[in-house]
Design a protein around this ligand. Structure first.
Ligand code: HEM
Length: 289
C-alpha cells in the first residue's frame, strides 16, 4: 500500500503523480472519528470547566454586546469559507465518482481563496490585533495545568481566555500550514491548465518536481478535509454557538464574554466607543474597521 501514486515518465524514470485517493476516505473517517470521540467525552466524561477566580474587579463599562469580529473580518471569513468548500467539493467529488468539469470551478475558487488570504494577512497585520491569534506564555502555562488536572494531579485552575482560547490558536496554525501549502502549490499548478492569468506551460518543471507539487497539494487538500470537518463540528456544537453567531452578527453577549474571557487579557472598548462602533455597524475590539 502506497500513499502516493507513481508512474513511469518518457525517460523511464519512476515519478510521483498524485496522492493515493484512498487518503480522502482516511481524512473523512478521521474527521468523523473525532466527532464521535469528542462528543462522547463531553457527554459522559468531561468534568465541568473551572477557571481561576478573576483576580481583579470586573470593569463596569463592558457593553451588553461585546464587539468581536468587524464587518471586514466577517466578510473575509465567509468568502474564505465558500471558496474553501468549493475547492474541497470540486477537487474530491470527481475522485469518488461524481464526474463534472471541475478544473475551471476549482482554479476560480482557488484564485478567490488566494486573494482573500492575501487580504487577510494584510488586514490582520495592520488593522487587527495581530498577536491575538498566537499562543502566549499564559496559554502555555494554563495548558500544562489543564493536562495535570485532567490526569488527576494537583494544579491551579487555568485563567479565563484572552480573545481566542489556545485550541483555536493551534487550529489556526494548522490551517495556515495546510492552506498556504495548498495555495503555493495550487498557484504553480495553474500553469498546467488553461486560465486567464498566464499561458499554459507544463514544461515549467521536471516531471519529478511536478509530481512532488501534486503530492503536496493533495496532502494539504486531504488534511483540509479533516480540518474543515472539525471546524464545522465545533461551529454547530451548542456551547460554541455564541461564538459562531458572533461570526454572523459581529458581537457576543456580555454574559458569555465574562463567563469565558478575562477582561484583562481581552480588553474591550469602553461603552461610548463600543456604541459608536455599533452605530457604524460594529468593528473589532480596538474600534478598527
Ligand atoms: C482547500 C484547498 C484545496 C484543495 C482541497 C485542493 C485539492 C486539489 C486536488 C485533490 C487536486 C487534484 C490534484 C491531482 O490530480 O493530484 C487539485 C488540482 C488543482 N488545484 Fe487544488 N486544491 C485546493 C486549493 C487550490 C488553490 C488555492 C489553487 C490555486 C491557487 C488550486 C489550483 C489547482 C489546480 C490548477 C489544479 C488542477 C491541476 C491539474 O488538473 O493539472 N487548488 N486540487
Amino acid at each position: 500500500m502506497s500513499f502516493i501514486q507513481w508512474a513511469i515518465d518518457p525517460w523511464g524514470l519512476r515519478v510521483p503523480i498524485h496522492i493515493a485517493w484512498f487518503l480522502i476516505w482516511v481524512a473523512a473517517i478521521a474527521g468523523l472519528a473525532f466527532f464521535v470521540v469528542h462528543a462522547t467525552y463531553v457527554r459522559y466524561f468531561a468534568k465541568p470547566r473551572q477557571f481561576a477566580p478573576d483576580g481583579h474587579p470586573i470593569p463596569s463599562e463592558i457593553p451588553a454586546r461585546v464587539p468581536r469580529h468587524s464587518q471586514v473580518a466577517r466578510a473575509f471569513h465567509w468568502i474564505m469559507a465558500v471558496s474553501m468548500l468549493t475547492l474541497l467539493f470540486t477537487a474530491f467529488l470527481p475522485r469518488v465518482g461524481v464526474q463534472f468539469n471541475w478544473v475551471t470551478y476549482h482554479w476560480i475558487a482557488g484564485t478567490v481563496l488566494t486573494a482573500s488570504i492575501l487580504f487577510h494577512i494584510f488586514h490582520a497585520s495592520f488593522w487587527l490585533d495581530f498577536w491575538s491569534i498566537w499562543p502566549d506564555r499564559i496559554d502555555m502555562t494554563d495548558a500544562y495545568h489543564r493536562v495535570l488536572r485532567a490526569i488527576g494531579r494537583p494544579a491551579p485552575p487555568p485563567r479565563k481566555f484572552a480573545k481566542y482560547p489556545l485550541e483555536n490558536k493551534l487550529y489556526h496554525g494548522a490551517i495556515i500550514v495546510a492552506g498556504l501549502c495548498a495555495i503555493a502549490t495550487g498557484v504553480f499548478m495553474m500553469f498546467r491548465v488553461r486560465t486567464v492569468f498566464f499561458p499554459r506551460n507544463p514544461y515549467l518543471f521536471s516531471d519529478m518536481t511536478w509530481g512532488m507539487i501534486y503530492v503536496l497539494h493533495g496532502l494539504a487538500g486531504v488534511g483540509l478535509i479533516a480540518l474543515i470537518m472539525v471546524h464545522i463540528y465545533f461551529g454547530i456544537r451548542p456551547e460554541k454557538r455564541p461564538i459562531t453567531k458572533s461570526m454572523i452578527y459581529g458581537w457576543m453577549s456580555r454574559e458569555f464574554y465574562l463567563e469565558e474571557h478575562d477582561p484583562e487579557r481581552w480588553v474591550v472598548s469602553p461603552p461610548n466607543a463600543a456604541n459608536r462602533t455599533e452605530e457604524r455597524g460594529l468593528s473589532d475590539t480596538r474600534g478598527n474597521p
